[in-house]
Design a protein around this ligand. Structure first.
Ligand code: ZN
Length: 170
C-alpha cells in the first residue's frame, strides 16, 4: 500500500459507505495500519491509500509496541462536539507540512468495527483530534483547508513544491 500525496485528486474524492464486513475488511484495515506505522503516522484514512471507502485507522502513540488506543473506524460519524482547541497537525499526504488547526476537544463518535458491530465512544484531546482529521479525509476535506490565513501563506511554498512534484509525475 502506498500513501498518496497532495494534490492527487483521490484525496478530494473522499470515501463511500462500507457495506461489506468481515475477513476482507479486517485484512484491509491491518494493511492500512501497517502502512501507517511504516510511515510514522498516527492516523490514516482510506482515500489516502487510493480507496474511496469510509474507513480510517489510528493509534495516537504511532508505535507498534503500544497498541492500547489503536482503533479501526468503519463508517464513522461524529454525534457530539464540545470545546474548541488549537493544536499542531501534520498529514502523511503532506510530507513536511505542519500547522495549527482548530478542532473540538471532546467528541462522541459512532462507527462500526470490521465485523459490522455498531459502537459509540466518547473521545478527547489528541485521540479526538486524530479522528476529526481523518474523518475530514472521508469527506474530501484536507487539513490545509482549515488553516488561518497567516498559516496558509506560510505553507504556500511547500504546497507549490508538492504540486510541482505531482505535475512531474513523481
Ligand atoms: Zn491527513
Amino acid at each position: 500500500m502506498q500513501v498518496v500525496h497532495y494534490p492527487n485528486p483521490v484525496l478530494r474524492g473522499g470515501g463511500k459507505p462500507v457495506e461489506s464486513f468481515g475477513k476482507e475488511l479486517e485484512t484491509l484495515a491491518a494493511d492500512m495500519l501497517a502502512t501507517m506505522y511504516e510511515s510514522s503516522g498516527v492516523g490514516l484514512a482510506a482515500p489516502q491509500v487510493g480507496l474511496a471507502m469510509n474507513l480510517l485507522v489510528l493509534n495516537p502513540t504511532g508505535e507498534t509496541t503500544d497498541r492500547t488506543d489503536e482503533l479501526v473506524l468503519v463508517n464513522p460519524r461524529i454525534l457530539e462536539r464540545k470545546k474548541i482547541e488549537y493544536g499542531q497537525e501534520g498529514c502523511l499526504s503532506f510530507p513536511g507540512i505542519y500547522a495549527e488547526v482548530e478542532r473540538h476537544k471532546q467528541i462522541v463518535v459512532a462507527y462500526q468495527d470490521v465485523t459490522g458491530k455498531a459502537i459509540e465512544r466518547k473521545l478527547g484531546d489528541f485521540l479526538a483530534r486524530i479522528v476529526q482529521h481523518e474523518l475530514d479525509h472521508l469527506n474530501g476535506v484536507l487539513f490545509v483547508d482549515r488553516l488561518s490565513p497567516a498559516d496558509r501563506l506560510r505553507v504556500r511554498t511547500s504546497l507549490e513544491r508538492l504540486e510541482e512534484r505531482w505535475r512531474a509525475g513523481a
